[in-house]
Design a protein around this ligand. Structure first.
Ligand SMILES: Cc1cc2nc3c(=O)[nH]c(=O)nc-3n(C[C@H](O)[C@H](O)[C@H](O)COP(=O)(O)OP(=O)(O)OC[C@H]3O[C@@H](n4cnc5c(N)ncnc54)[C@H](O)[C@@H]3O)c2cc1C
Length: 412
């Protein structure tokens, strides 16, 4: 069996794998990526948050992404019934990026994967990790190419950026059930030929159709718009007919979906994902670290997935380099505790969305701009700024604000 040796092996060429690989490569360590598919490949997760721009910049990907001309995203619009709430990322409490992109991920992930390859990081496509064995301080990873040929890669560190593949959580028995109920999503992209040039073309629109069922609409610069429904499986599957007919039935049922979408061509047959929330027992161990979706995935409602993928990847890459330089690192504090601070903040907002506290805030007529700016910073991914009370005491802050605004509404 062929055997090669690297300092760091990265599993998966998504945002977390490529950001980690670039950070490690910049420090002069030998790193390679193995990727199960051939890019471009579809993955969901099209609406980014401003915070992740810092990580793409640190990875050196900005010139390549800018050249690709993706749709710039300046905020997010939420709708419920006749009510509407616009979060504009230029009106933020935390000092940070005021915009980001909304992207078809097949194209976006290829742009950043090509960029990291140009920096000198080899990517073996159509190569699947099938086994990992830890041998003292090193590891031996067995991979299989598309023809079934097996080879081995020895590495001092493994970064598991395998996303929904969850390679190390499965192989090392690290998986844990998520504390969220099982939800499902159905989505496609449509030809949006008559898109008006309005606010919603540079924002994701999220429609709260019912308490447990919401819709996303994400316009891309290529004239296509991503549309997805999220809810309990029984609600996602309530329509009759094939997937296209079921999808169209929702398009017509939900009043906030523009009429121009009703007969639009689909770019691909709608896809369904059931039970995407996931958790793990630990985020790192001797010789490995989990990044991105191979760690914990909460819920798509606030588009936090790629931000956590790149946040975790950048920190993991930096800590690995320091360890390889001979400086032992405090992974518990600098990795797990840091990430969980952000994850737990978003966890509160996801709970707040589904239990209605956030709707009573977003759609209140009485919310002050200064408070809204603080919430906007959370929605922009700035969930590590503890000077923001909506980060520092996230649960208490949204509960108190929700109660206060509800009392104002009843007084009127
Ligand atoms: C319905 C839904 C909507 C979402 N919407 C958003 C959104 O709007 N914004 C957002 O930021 N996030 C969103 N997400 C989350 C987003 O999909 C992920 O958080 C993000 O893609 C994680 O990036 P990653 O790099 O960790 O993994 P991925 O992007 O999934 O990349 C992992 C890579 O690893 C490869 N791989 C897997 N197994 C193996 C193996 N055995 N060997 C080699 N390679 C392997 C895969 O082929 C893949 O290319 C959404 C999620 C869901 C379920």
């Amino acid at each position: 069996m062929n055997k090669e040796s690297v300092d760091v092996l990265v599993i998966g060429a998504g945002p977390s794998g490529t950001v980690a690989a670039s950070i490690i490569n910049k420090q002069g360590y030998k790193v390679k990526i193995v990727e199960k598919t051939l890019f471009p490949r579809f993955v969901i997760g099209e609406s980014l948050l401003p915070r992740c721009m810092e990580h793409f910049k640190a990875a050196g990907f900005m010139p390549a992404i800018e050249a690709a001309g993706f749709q710039k995203k300046y905020g997010a619009v939420f709708k419920m019934g006749e009510k509407q709430c616009d979060f504009d990322f230029s009106e933020q409490y935390t000092d940070g990026w005021k915009w980001t992109w909304q992207v078809p991920r097949d194209k976006f992930d290829k742009v950043i994967a090509d960029a990291v390859e140009e920096m000198g990081v080899p990517i073996d496509y159509l190569t699947t990790v099938t086994d990992v064995e830890f041998t003292g301080s090193n590891s031996i990873t067995t991979v299989e190419d598309k023809d079934g040929n097996r080879s081995q890669i020895e590495a001092k560190y493994i970064v598991d950026g395998s996303g929904y593949g969850r390679v190390l959580p499965r192989l090392l028995d690290l998986e844990e059930p998520s504390d969220f109920p099982v939800r499902a999503a159905m989505f496609t992209q449509i030809e949006d030929v008559n898109r008006p040039d309005n606010l919603e073309s540079n924002r994701i629109t999220v429609v709260a159709h019912t308490k447990d069922f919401w819709v996303w609409m994400i316009p891309f610069s290529n004239g296509e718009t991503s549309i997805g429904y999220v809810g309990y499986e029984k609600d996602i599957k309530k329509q009759n007919g094939n997937l296209e007919e079921q999808f169209r039935a929702f398009l017509k049922e939900i009043p906030q979906i523009p009429v121009r979408f009703h007969e639009s061509e689909f770019v691909f047959e709608p896809k369904q994902i059931m039970g995407y929330s996931a958790a793990v027992k630990q985020l790192y161990g001797d010789g490995y670290v989990l990044t991105g979706n191979s760690t914990e995935f909460l819920d798509p409602v606030f588009s936090s997935g790629v931000t956590f993928a790149t946040e975790s990847a950048r920190i993991a890459g930096e800590l690995i380099c320091k360890e390889l330089d001979g400086e032992p690192q405090n992974w518990e504090i600098d990795y797990t505790k840091h990430l969980m601070q952000g994850v737990d903040t978003f966890r509160t907002y996801v709970y707040g969305w589904y239990d209605g506290r956030l709707q009573s805030i977003f759609f209140s007529d009485h919310i002050e701009q200064g408070i809204k700016n603080k919430i906007c910073s959370v929605l922009a991914g700035y969930v590590w700024d503890k000077t923001n009370p909506f980060v520092r005491s996230h649960d208490k802050s949204i509960t108190n604000l929700s109660n206060f605004l509800k009392s104002k509404t009843t007084q009127v």
